[in-house]
Design a protein around this ligand. Structure first.
Ligand code: C5P
Length: 211
């Protein structure tokens, strides 16, 4: 069994299944989990709502700012993706993320630049992706399930736009770290994705200390 703290860095585009996978791995290995997308969503949403500078909002972000359920919606996702391209926003959120990842217990973080920028030395790096069509289909079902009134072509177009913005920006663009394990979930359900990730992590010598 490996003795190094287990830091699991999970990156990938939206609706590829990284959030669900991150939660399940955190629970399995009893690790704290940080959904870093929520930080950018909160900055984008609060900056739009208050008219304050995004970098200033990022510098003063509090844990309580992350609790608003509105942050889970696509409006906050788009707002988050816009402010995420601003280098000062990213640098103002860096320290908190680095501290979170340096806990003695280890940690699970998911986002876009975890394996490349936030935790380049993470013991485990996963890049979770899926085709645009299957991600849009999942997001459409999720939004409908929450009672949202939306149409599939719009979900697909907005997702393609966010993919493009996240991949083409100069500051910490979405890309797989060279040493990341690539997990394409287009034809996998959450159980299959978890099983594949777990097999990879156990192959590196990490085991759950639980029952
Ligand atoms: O993952 P989620 O959809 O919640 O992320 C919202 C936006 O925040 C993304 O579209 C991306 O632009 C940005 N983000 C980022 N770096 C991260 C996490 C999220 O740029 N580590």
């Amino acid at each position: 069994m490996s003795k190094a703290p287990l830091v699991i860095a999970i990156d990938g585009p939206s609706a590829a299944g990284k959030g669900t996978l991150a939660e399940r791995l955190a629970s399995h290995f009893s690790l704290p989990h940080l959904d870093t997308g929520l930080l950018y969503r909160a900055v984008g949403y609060l900056a739009e709502k208050t008219g304050r500078e995004p970098a200033e909002v990022a510098a003063g972000l509090q844990a309580a700012d992350l609790a608003d359920p509105v942050l889970r919606g696509d409006v906050a996702g788009q707002a988050g993706s816009k402010v995420a391209a601003i280098p000062e926003v990213r640098s103002n959120l860096l320290k908190f993320q680095k501290q979170f990842s340096s806990q003695p217990s280890g940690a699970v973080l998911d986002g876009r630049d975890i394996g490349t920028v936030i935790c380049p030395d993470a013991a485990v790096k996963l890049f979770v992706t899926a085709s645009l069509e299957s991600r849009a289909e999942r997001r459409y079902r999720e939004l409908r399930g929450r009672g949202g009134d939306t149409i599939k072509p719009r979900v697909l177009a907005e997702m393609a736009e966010r993919d493009r913005r996240d991949s083409e920006r100069a500051a910490a663009p979405l890309k797989a770290a060279p040493d990341a394990y690539l997990l394409d979930t287009s034809d996998m359900d959450a159980d299959a994705a978890f099983a594949a990730a777990l097999a990879f992590i156990e192959g590196k010598g990490f085991r759950s200390s639980g029952p």
